[in-house]
Design a protein around this ligand. Structure first.
Ligand code: NIG
Ligand code: FE
Length: 414
């Protein structure tokens, strides 16, 4: 079949102006209530009002028609921050947190991320692959057609490469586009507890070159936080990664305001993620430098922390993206509809801002905007059909995913 015409669709899509959508632009979607989408070779050929789209079908084309039955059609979600490659869940730790033990205290006692590190060391690559595949398949059912997956539970060369190999295999075998990220600086390994600088040196001298030689991850991330890595250590690692041609990002100001947002601005990072505690000045510096603010409301929800200040960020010109943070500790969810619901109801984002935060802006944050993030001509036909009248259904039908059909490159996959 040559072309596919998806007709009778109520289409909502971000408008890609060549940069992440910021300020008022983040509140503006293109809307075609009697819309159609023409797809050829997995790519969008035309989108808009149905008669205009039909007029663009080449006379010689064979066309398969599919009706969307007047339902809402939006781009597939892009989840730009996940740790869904891990070995075992940490449900008992969740219960410990419910009883009042803080997240960083559990880590300081050798639990948390460090317990996931032990479990990954004891796992084979194929087991990590299976767990990650299950999470990615679940994310697909919730409408995630593109996602980032980090390493970070290895913390030594062998186990970081093992994680990246599992993620790399998944990216070749699964339906979604996957962007792997190297997060070797996720926690200080116990052997380096007294000398984290030596671990940063190891990352720079040995681990980064090994990751590049493996050729799977082209992004580098670090967790800058009290009791984990300092801003200065972040600066050293990410500067080295940049000089090797990697794109950089960081876990910034998640629990304490260390100045991670300022470092992201200084380095021209693709994104700074979390930002619950980031200062006004550093957020303004990020806006000036064009860094995407990736917010993870399911993490604030699970850690019972105040949400990141999305309104302040958008009002100050910062492009905001949303992510699940899917991980066994601070946020165990694959559901972008849940994240969008939290953003709308608890971070005062409009449905339009949240949809752009779940599609176009994260596509920019992970370097995928040329292919995905909006239904623009030339991009992949990755889209979702929602059981609702508009993107507001994502918050309105609380706790329920309104994603009823998922299409990747024009093919129905759910
Ligand atoms: O983004 N903060 C650091 N990393 C993750 C949590 C990872 C874990 O607890 O396993 C986060 O919240
Ligand atoms: Fe994270």
């Amino acid at each position: 079949m040559d072309y596919t015409l998806f007709r009778n669709a109520n289409i909502f899509t971000p408008i890609d102006r060549g940069t992440p959508a910021a300020g008022d632009d983040q509140d503006e979607l293109a809307h075609h209530s009697d819309g159609a989408l023409l797809v050829h070779d997995g790519l969008v050929v035309a989108v808009g009002a149905e008669p205009e789209v039909v007029a663009q079908i080449p006379p010689s084309a064979t066309v398969q028609e599919r009706t969307i039955d007047g339902r809402c059609l939006i781009p597939g979600f892009v989840d730009p921050h996940t740790h869904m490659c891990f070995a075992v869940r940490r449900e008992a730790e969740f219960v410990e947190r419910l009883k009042g033990t803080p997240y960083l205290e559990i880590l300081a006692k050798g639990g948390g991320i460090l317990s996931s590190v032990k479990a990954v060391a004891d796992s084979a690559e194929k087991d990590l692959y299976e767990v990650t595949r299950t999470h990615a398949a679940s994310a697909l059912r919730f409408g995630t057609t593109t996602l980032e997956i980090k390493s970070g539970y290895g913390l030594d060369t062998e186990n970081e490469l093992k994680m990246l190999a599992a993620i790399g295999r998944l990216s070749r075998e699964c339906v979604q586009d996957i962007v792997p990220t190297f997060l070797g600086a996720h926690a200080i390994p116990p052997a380096y507890a007294g000398d984290p600088d030596a671990f940063i040196e190891l990352l720079i001298r040995k681990m980064l070159p090994a990751v590049l030689e493996q050729g799977i991850a082209h992004h580098c991330d670090i967790f800058c936080e009290q009791g984990v890595f300092s801003i200065d250590q972040g600066r050293r690692l990410l500067t080295a990664a940049k000089s090797l041609g990697m794109k950089v990002k960081l876990h910034a100001d998640e629990v304490n305001d260390l100045g991670g947002a300022g470092l992201a601005a200084e380095l021209g990072a693709c994104s700074a993620d979390h930002l619950l505690a980031a200062s006004d000045d550093n957020l303004r510096a990020m806006a000036k430098a064009g860094v995407v603010a990736t917010l993870l409301p399911a993490t604030a929800y699970s850690l019972r922390k105040p949400y990141a200040r999305a309104r302040f960020m958008i009002d100050n010109g910062l492009p905001v993206a949303l992510a699940t943070d899917c991980n066994p500790g601070s946020s165990y969810t694959e559901s972008m509809p849940f994240v969008i619901g939290l953003a709308i109801l608890n971070m005062q984002m409009s449905p339009e801002e949240a949809l752009i935060g779940a599609t176009l802006n994260p596509a920019y944050a992970i370097g995928m905007a040329e292919k995905v993030g909006s239904l623009d001509v030339g991009k992949q036909a990755d889209f979702l059909v929602l059981d609702g009248e508009s993107p507001a259904i994502l918050a309105y039908h609380a706790g329920v995913s309104p994603v009823v059909e998922v299409y990747k490159k024009g093919e129905q996959v759910i």
